[in-house]
Write a protein that binds this ligand. Structure first.
Ligand SMILES: [Zn+2]
Length: 285
């Protein structure tokens, strides 16, 4: 009985689209309020800020938007000073030399090296999506040629900096979502503030939300990739019409040689090169 159920579950899993399995394997991070309350030595509240950047003997606190505050570190409560020590931040200051799209910019660092900076927690429409160009233009208007401050803790898998970007008192990650120029990148960000901000722009039908059913950029990229792969497979199939001595089962990706019973016989397949696919376990491909 158990074995049957187990087999049934396996069958269900096999029928689920790959995306659903992926989403199950990596759930979205829980939503967390990114702001904490900062207090002075007498425990009076100063402001709410997601972090503090320490420059010399001053701590810089950023409220959600608007004026940032400079507080002497010595005036902060002991707990806050400990928090700063436990949460080291990296800072990049420099001029924005390019804007790639609505969520990625290039910043020239102190050594005149161009650093690619991805705005953390947001995902802007691709250039060939609705609002892709507008999103880029709005980010460009806000920062191109200007000095920015990038606060970050890590780089992403492509070596890009993933950070919060500030121009004077503007917080660009926030602004792009507020103006409906980007999505909250929910799968990678548990920032409850950005999530709430997106809800508000959606309600106000700003930017991308003027379309009642806009396509998520990550969904768009996945569709594009699948379409490209299907086209490549089609082009390859058109190229491989004459027998080559190798046969690719295009459903399983297994390659058979001319001696195999499956050669030219699988319901979906085409002739292929000796390098394509995985070799068959029986004929050796
Ligand atoms: Zn075979």
């Amino acid at each position: 009985m158990f074995r049957d159920r187990f087999a049934f579950l396996l069958l269900l899993l096999a029928l689920l689209p790959a995306g659903a399995i992926l989403a199950q394997a990596e759930p979205d991070p829980p939503l967390v309020d990114p702001f904490r309350e900062w207090r002075d030595v007498e425990k009076n509240s100063l402001t709410k800020s997601r972090f503090a950047y320490v420059d010399g003997d001053q701590a810089c606190l950023w409220p959600e938007t608007g004026q940032r505050m400079l507080i002497p570190v010595a005036r902060l409560s002991e707990e806050d000073r400990e928090w700063i020590a436990d949460h080291p931040l990296r800072i990049l200051r420099g001029k924005v030399v390019f804007v790639a799209d609505g969520d990625t910019i290039g910043v020239l660092d102190a050594d005149n090296q161009q650093r690619r900076v991805r705005l953390e927690g947001i995902d802007a429409p691709e250039s060939n999506q609705a609002f892709g160009n507008k999103s880029k233009r709005i980010l460009s208007d806000a920062c191109h040629g200007k000095e920015v401050l990038v606060v970050y803790t890590s780089e992403d898998q492509y070596g890009r900096i993933l950070g919060q970007i500030y121009v004077d008192d503007r917080w660009l990650n926030h602004d792009q979502i507020e103006s409906g120029m980007a999505w909250h990148y929910r799968h990678f960000s548990g920032d409850a503030h950005l999530a709430e901000l997106q809800k508000q722009s959606q309600k106000a039908q700003k930017g991308i939300w003027s379309d009642p059913n806009p396509q998520q950029p990550w969904r768009f990229r996945l569709d594009e990739r699948r379409r490209r792969e299907a086209e490549e497979e089609k082009a390859k199939a058109a190229e491989m019409t004459a027998p080559t001595g190798f046969w690719l089962n295009s459903s399983s990706g297994v390659r058979h040689n001319a001696q195999c019973d499956h050669y030219g016989k699988t319901s979906r397949g085409r002739y292929c090169t000796a390098e394509e696919g995985k070799p068959c376990g029986i004929c050796g491909g």
